[in-house]
Ligand binder design. Sequence first.
Ligand code: UGA
Length: 461
Amino acid sequence: MDISVIGTGHVGLVTAACLAHVGHKVWGHDSDMAKMDALLSGKMPIYEPYLEEIVHKNVEEGRLHFTKSFEEAVRAGSVIFICVGTPPKENGEADLSAVERVSRRIAEISDDYKVVVEKSTVPVETGIWIAKTLMFFKRPGARFDVVSNPEFTREGMAVFDFLHPDRIVVGLASPEEADAERIMREIYSPIIHGTFPCPIHGRDCKRSDVPFLVTDIKSAELIKHASNSFLAMKISFINAIADICDKVGADIREVARGIGLDHRIGPHFLRAGIGFGGFCFPKDLRAFIRISEKLGVKLTILEEVERINERRIDVAVGKIRDLLWILEGKQVGVLGLSFKPDTDDVRFSPALSLARRLILEGAKVKGYDPKAGAFAKMEMERFLASNSLQVDSFEIVESPYMAALGSDLLVVATEWDEFLSLSWERIRGSMRRPAIFDGRNFLDGGMLRELGFEYVGMGVP
Ligand code: UGA
């Protein structure tokens, strides 16, 4: 199939690369010309495992093209995926102006039948507005079907998740959209049946067929917001229980294992720590609360999920105070700055929220991250400047050992695998005081205590 992907951010670039990889001809376009220049010269604007390999392979083999021309991209595809950003407005609502602009321009350019796929994360009823916009601005001869096809990919796992999804959801704007349903099924057929060379496992990775769920468009939109909110709720739930564990000396890891063995609950998303971040959960939760409010339904349950998450940093700072007493003048090494491992994304990163709080309390922070150092530096420089704080309050260092050197405390804020194989003897010898706050319950606390560290986690004895 000929497919256009408008917007080549985390969602769009992965969509474009993976759809090309399973055999379609794909044109990617983004209004950010710096991003286009990077992609046209073979550079990846984001880090995502396997992405660079499949982009290069599919460009070389002629299935994936990038173009600076919106018009060329739109004309090339009979199916157009809208993957533009929907950032939060001041009041938490999703800003849909890019979605509207792109829909209007698609209508102004197209003169034949196109399936327009809403892939950006949007509030319920956006699809109806896209359909109305297309109708209003359409040229003679043009015909559109609009479908919602939410994405469920995780950063750091996006290529895997796209190619091996738990389900594919397609929401139709009207029951008459039989052509659109057939076309969407055809697009995803290689993924449904596992008939593509998997870049991760090699050729033989076929699982059972992936469920292909066809719904009305509003239900599909709700599935996306409700899924993310439910997952965020699991995390806040386990974090609240972790606080109880702290009070009574129980172990949240055991509690999570015990409840997760109930198949109705499941073992995933029950890792307690300094909370969830990233550009999806916090923003989608807020947007879902806002849209529900507008619809006259108060999602107080999700407001509490947010509140618990915001309090995680207070809990962490309290524990650090218990370790260090006074933070003023102390040096803290922070390991992991991205919002989770295997990504260079620092947007809404709990690690940076914690670093900011420590600096505001008078500590100096030395941060290390395997991938996100450059973005973290930019973000923290902005923070220091806007709060008139000394520029040397935050420094990016090149290794975990440099973060530990001369520090009064080492914090694990994001659980990168490489932190498991550090030489803790070496670290203990280089710290001013051998203390560890493990904000992700990631390290072996027993082993560290035996080595002479003071070790504190979140909800672990
Ligand atoms: C999330 C969803 O998991 C995806 O299904 C969805 O497609 C995506 O948002 C999106 O809407 O685009 P992502 O934000 O990449 O994916 O990251 P997650 O792996 O879900 O983690 C989110 C945050 O929760 C991270 O800060 C992570 O550290 C935290 N987390 C996760 C916990 O604190 N505990 C857990 O048990 C799991």
